[in-house]
Design a protein around this ligand. Structure first.
Ligand SMILES: NC(=O)c1ccc[n+]([C@@H]2O[C@H](COP(=O)([O-])OP(=O)(O)OC[C@H]3O[C@@H](n4cnc5c(N)ncnc54)[C@H](O)[C@@H]3O)[C@@H](O)[C@H]2O)c1
Length: 312
């Protein structure tokens, strides 16, 4: 059976994710957007690259046509507006909440067994909307942020030490915002704790750059936000699920008591396999790390409460 991945939102993140899914040969791709012509045009363009890129994945683009998404194994949701300079992710809340509700209702109707990978911002709050609107079990609603934030942290550590990015393992936990928590203590370079290789003050500035990684790119692009690395993050998660890899990745997952956090989507290490979130991995945190994670969770809770007020 051919696998099917639907990508909602054929903008920067969505189209790049579609390209990566196809070029890795992971699945057929359906690209959906509200815009006329754009998803069909980008899908055709990607299909015409297939002979050169050497894959046989079928790519179809459509406008508001959800029937094409029927039977999807995975739906990656990138629909929404991105930030502009001076905006925080939270400024996107009310617009993207409305878009997420519409999209998820359509998806749940045609692909009731799919696993949702949410990308739209503010990420953790949008996971709540997707969870509530879909009625899917918590294992099948997962947010992409930790993979991206950790990749940024890993890239900066590699630049600092002038070593291969492949040698670096690192974790960023918490909500996808300014309160995210890079965990240096569990970050390693070829198995060596990074805390033994980089002085504390340098490490603190790398952590800060990681927390502000999204804003750094928004400041440079001026017309939108990052999309190459975010698309890579979503597709790494999709690949782990499609291939049932049981890969441990930091993702936004619905916590019910884990890490002392109740009924909230927050970024933590999870095991991803064919069922979605197959396990939430609880790592031991010290008091400072715990405090930072709980602070981050509280800022997610505040957004969820804001959404309830907006919905009234
Ligand atoms: N989680 C993360 O780490 C992360 C990283 C980067 C971007 N993002 C978020 O992802 C989202 C997309 O970013 P982008 O750079 O691709 O933006 P973009 O503007 O390039 O693309 C968004 C697309 O969504 C489409 N869209 C809007 N409403 C829709 C609807 N109801 N149905 C279908 N499509 C709809 C738009 O027409 C547009 O093509 C933004 O909210 C951004 O903040 C999240």
């Amino acid at each position: 059976m051919r696998k099917k991945v639907t990508v909602i939102g054929a903008g920067n993140v969505g189209a790049t994710a579609a390209m990566r899914v196809a070029e890795k040969g992971l699945a057929d791709v359906i690209l959906v957007d509200v815009l006329e012509g754009v998803p069909a045009g980008k899908a055709l363009d990607l299909a015409e690259a297939a002979p050169i890129e050497k894959h046989d994945c079928r790519i179809v683009g459509c406008t508001n046509e959800y029937l094409q998404a029927a039977g999807s194994d995975i739906v990656i949701i990138t629909a929404g507006i991105p930030r502009k300079p001076g905006m925080s992710r939270d400024d996107l809340l009310s617009t993207n909440m409305g878009i997420m509700k519409t999209v998820v209702k359509e998806v749940a109707a045609v692909a009731p067994d799919a696993i949702l990978i949410v990308v739209s911002n503010p990420l953790d709050a949008m996971c709540h909307v997707a969870y509530e609107e879909s009625g899917f079990p918590k294992e099948r609603v997962i947010g992409m942020a930790g993979v991206l934030d950790s990749a940024r942290f890993r890239a900066f550590i590699a630049m600092e030490l002038d070593v291969s990015v492949e040698n670096i393992h690192a974790f960023v936990l918490g909500g996808h915002g300014d309160t995210m928590v890079p965990i240096s203590r569990y970050s390693t370079v070829a198995g060596i704790p990074v805390t033994e290789l980089i002085p504390a003050d340098r490490l603190a500035s790398i952590e800060k750059r990681t927390r502000e990684g999204g804003a750094e790119i928004v400041g440079l692009l001026k017309t939108g936000s990052a999309f190459y690395a975010p698309a890579s993050g979503a597709v790494e998660m999709a690949e782990a699920i499609l291939k049932d890899k049981k890969k441990i990745l930091p993702c936004a997952a619905y916590l019910q008591g884990e890490y002392g956090i109740q009924n909230l989507f927050v970024g933590v290490p999870v095991k991803l396999g064919e069922k979605g979130v197959e396990k939430i991995i609880e790592i031991k945190l010290n008091e400072d790390e715990k405090k930072a994670l709980h602070q981050s969770a509280e800022s997610v809770r505040k957004l969820v409460e804001d959404m309830k007020r907006l919905a009234k």
